[in-house]
Ligand binder design. Sequence first.
Ligand SMILES: Nc1ncnc2c1ncn2[C@@H]1O[C@H](COP(=O)(O)OP(=O)(O)OP(=O)(O)O)[C@@H](O)[C@H]1O
Ligand SMILES: [Mg+2]
Length: 367
Amino acid sequence: MAQVSIRNLSKIYANKVSAVDNVNLGIERSEFVVLVGPSGCGKSTTLRMVAGLEEMTAGEIWIGDRLVNGVPAKDRNIAMVFQNYALYPHMNAYDNMAFALKLRKHTKSEIETRVKEAAEILGVTHLLTRKPRQLSGGERQRIALGRAIVRHPLVFLFDEPLSNLDAKMRVQMRTEIDKLHLKIKTTMIYVTHDQTEAMALGDRIAVMRHGKVQQFDEPLKVYDHPANKFVAGFIGSPPMNFMDGKLYKQNGALYFDAEDFKVKIPQSKYDKLVSYAGKKIFFGIRPECIFDRLFATNATEANTIPAVCDVLETMGANNFVYLVSGKHKFIAVFDASNKPAPGSNLDVVLDMEKGRFFDADTEETIT
Ligand SMILES: Nc1ncnc2c1ncn2[C@@H]1O[C@H](COP(=O)(O)OP(=O)(O)OP(=O)(O)O)[C@@H](O)[C@H]1O
Ligand SMILES: [Mg+2]
């Protein structure tokens, strides 16, 4: 049985807001699962119901082999780290970490063993006598993690624990959390609106929207095989480009007609798409799947389209090239050395095998 099992979980707030809508997730022992989605999609509400901090409207939550509906937060054997981790300012780091154990009447030597062990794992042994105001943001965050680790919980719950840190520190702490998970192997559920954080940390990620889980899978599966147009556009940076158009059939082959250009559908996608011939459809292509024809090895007449460079952003490692083809605008990522001048014309090659097609009505992925 999963370590944490969320079954048909729903939350309707008193003001009739349906924040979480029939969520089902099975989280395995030692797994690192990330809940990700835009603001207001129900991530925190879901996590807070697992923690026992929010009442559920319907459904079941199991932790280990125990149904915890109605079990108070303090008895659920979980530890939660929030964005506002608020350490006690008058206590030093050691006492901050020891506090919850004291409340639970652990012996002094047990407390000392656990705090020292956690401090060792987090590399903060030398900071234990300092007060929070004598620590940097990242160090404070580590102490907040330590406060959770000493409890030896069955499950860690994180709600945007890094969002108070600056960009560089956030990336650093992200790898720390990853390493921490490798060391202690406790089951973790981590909430963020940042898709790069989700991709980097999750063994599996659950992409949420409007209170519903859109897809729950390994990061690369979600990236390569998004369940629908929303997931395709949410995961990945710069995001996937979308173009609307129509499919048509000619001489036994399928084509995508975007009015301003036409491209051929690869044979591998023919069977799944043939029934859409004559219909409206969304085409999606990631920025790294668009190439300058001058440097492309797979250019054919059927996958090459004319475009104008609108804006060029040099990022150092690569360039973001904002392109226009008729009414369609899209972004390509080019090598650092390839810098088309704004206003210049170029031909770009679309890697059609990597292209994705979405039903125009349901926005579900077709292939
Ligand atoms: N106490 C509350 N009473 C009424 N509505 C609430 C309450 N808390 C949250 N909501 C609403 O429920 C929905 C989900 O909120 P939730 O906090 O779970 O979102 P979130 O995914 O964590 O967003 P964010 O990324 O902004 O933290 C939102 O529409 C929010 O306005
Ligand atoms: Mg939230």
